[in-house]
Design a protein around this ligand. Structure first.
Ligand SMILES: NC(=O)c1ccc[n+]([C@@H]2O[C@H](COP(=O)([O-])OP(=O)(O)OC[C@H]3O[C@@H](n4cnc5c(N)ncnc54)[C@H](OP(=O)(O)O)[C@@H]3O)[C@@H](O)[C@H]2O)c1
Length: 240
């Protein structure tokens, strides 16, 4: 995909994978909407990235998820790509999952991306097409003790994404999933956790390969924008 002048929304742009995607896309001349709650961080990043602007939004809130798409459309008059990347981890044993925290996680990891998709689909349909990439997780293919809450939200996202892909094919809207492996970012620091949960992944497993960099995952996301494949895993051995 030719990136130059494409209008691209990146949620969770203030840190980690989202920030790395923004830097990569800005370098290729995209027109970017940077979405997160940390307004200072995204405003600074927008200043450094020609053609970018910052939208403060809490993606766990339906109205704000809808509004950030509308603001992007008002600003640029079209939206070519939506990257639903904002998300958070939660480590807790099933027996101990806090229902309030799980509801929040579901709002953020599932309903936020869903509402963003629902708002952008009519825009993309009118334009004659578009690309939606939802950032899931390798853990959505696994059953890791302490990670049920998080991985189940990503599993829900997988279902919505691949079904939307089938529904929207006729409209030339390509919907895909990216599954990162363990990635060095603030994800683990930011994850919610309760007793018995790891907060993000089974980090104690000494047999695991080392984490990826956010820049590596950003590169994979760009490859996926290009290929339009249904799913991409950070590594070939994942998802098997
Ligand atoms: N790191 C990993 O090992 C890993 C592995 C698999 C999948 N993933 C997925 O990759 C995505 C990015 O994670 P990351 O590793 O880059 O983590 P991160 O460094 O913690 O970044 C998370 C991003 O999401 C935003 N965010 C969190 N809550 C939000 C809310 N309520 N509203 C709007 N934005 C919110 C944060 O911005 P603000 O705090 O400024 O709002 C931040 O920009 C997530 O969906 C995560 O589930 C990560």
């Amino acid at each position: 995909m030719e990136i130059k002048d494409k209008v691209i929304v990146v949620t969770g742009a203030s840190s980690g994978i989202g920030e790395a995607v923004v830097k990569l896309l800005a370098g290729k001349g995209a027109k970017l909407a940077l979405v997160a709650r940390s307004s200072e961080k995204i405003e600074k990043l927008a200043e450094e990235s020609a053609g970018a602007f910052a939208i403060k939004a809490d993606m766990s809130k339906i109205d704000e998820a809808r509004e950030m798409i509308r603001k992007t459309h008002d600003r640029f008059g079209r939206i070519d790509v939506l990257i639903n990347n904002a998300g958070q981890g939660y480590g807790a044993l099933v027996e101990k999952i806090d229902i309030g925290k799980y509801r929040y996680l579901f709002d953020l990891n599932v309903l936020g991306p869903l509402v963003a998709m629902q708002t952008v689909i009519p825009i993309m349909r009118r334009q004659g097409g578009g690309t939606i990439i939802n950032i899931s997780s390798g853990t959505s293919q696994m059953y890791i003790p302490g990670l049920a809450a998080y991985s189940s939200t990503k599993r829900a996202l997988n279902g919505l994404t691949l079904t939307a892909r089938a529904e929207l094919k006729k409209n030339n809207i390509v919907v895909s999933l990216m599954h990162p492996y363990i990635t060095a970012s603030d994800f683990y620091k930011n994850a919610l956790r309760d007793r018995g949960g790891e907060g993000g992944h089974a980090r104690d497993d000494a047999d695991l390969p080392p984490p990826d960099s956010s820049e590596y995952v950003a590169g994979k996301i760009l490859e996926l924008m290009d290929s339009g494949e249904p799913e991409s895993f950070a590594h070939d051995w994942m998802g098997k």
